[in-house]
Design a protein. Structure first.
Length: 251
């Protein structure tokens, strides 16, 4: 068979074009790359266990109270439910009820405490009954009362934490790392609102309840420049593990 020079030239041209496209326009990888490229990571949030303040419907904010016996038992169940996951790093609010929860979960060793994961600061309403605040704020159209930390301020705390977390993962973690955050109801709401808005099917978390020890799990996608561009919601505000009997881990 005879192949014309013109046909050979066209073949070579499309061969070069194909290589150029495959090198420059291939779908992005979602594994950690060691630089600010594309990656994904698993993020799990846990709300702290029930406290004496929770049981009395007190707005705790940056104040504190210890876990109740139920809070201690439920936190142990929560740790048991997550024991199969190998976390690359554990972060915890520095408030006592979050730290006590993590201790009961059996995951305190090596954790990093971070003030940005604290509950909302309730200002002059800290230590007062939740129903009092609800009555006082009924006519504000959903806005925070004077002296109370706003949603925007809490979101700013979260965004700064998330940005630094992504930077850390790019430089120090293996592919598809798993991160655990033990925090508070208000911050769980902020994180859930932020990440579900990036999912293919956004969810209105403000219409949902946030039980103590609830678990939320997200697969977070980070694009070029370290920007979080997407999220898959694996589970949200899940408390099913609390209904099961505690099974002591095998030695």
């Amino acid at each position: 068979a005879v192949v014309s020079t013109q046909s050979t030239g066209r073949f070579y041209f499309f061969f070069l074009l194909s290589n150029f496209v495959s090198r420059n326009f291939a779908p992005p990888s979602l594994s950690c790359t060691g630089h600010k490229g594309n990656m994904k990571f698993k993020l799990i949030t846990v709300r702290h266990g029930q406290t004496l303040g929770n049981a009395a419907s007190v707005l705790q904010g940056h104040d504190d109270s210890p876990l109740t016996p139920l809070g201690i038992a439920s936190s142990a169940k929560t740790g048991n439910a997550l024991r199969e996951i190998q976390f690359n790093q554990v972060y915890c609010s520095d408030l006592g009820r979050a730290r006590e929860t993590l201790q009961c979960m059996g995951m305190y060793k090596g954790c990093k405490l971070d003030k940005r994961l604290r509950e909302r600061h309730w200002g002059p309403w800290q230590g007062r009954n939740w129903k009092e605040y609800q009555r006082a704020s009924a006519d504000t159209g959903g806005k925070s009362l004077a002296g109370v930390e706003t949603d925007d301020a809490m979101t700013a705390r979260w965004e700064k934490f998330l940005s630094e977390l992504v930077d850390t993962l790019h430089t120090s973690s293996p592919s598809d790392p798993a991160i655990l955050l033990v925090t508070h109801g208000g911050m769980v709401r902020v994180i859930g609102r932020y990440l579900t808005a990036l999912s293919p099917n956004p969810i209105n978390v403000d219409q949902m309840s946030f039980p103590n020890n609830c678990i939320s799990e997200f697969d977070v996608i980070v694009g070029e420049g370290g920007i979080v561009t997407g999220c898959e919601v694996v589970r949200l505000l899940d408390a099913e593990h609390l209904k099961r009997p505690f099974m002591r881990p095998k030695e």
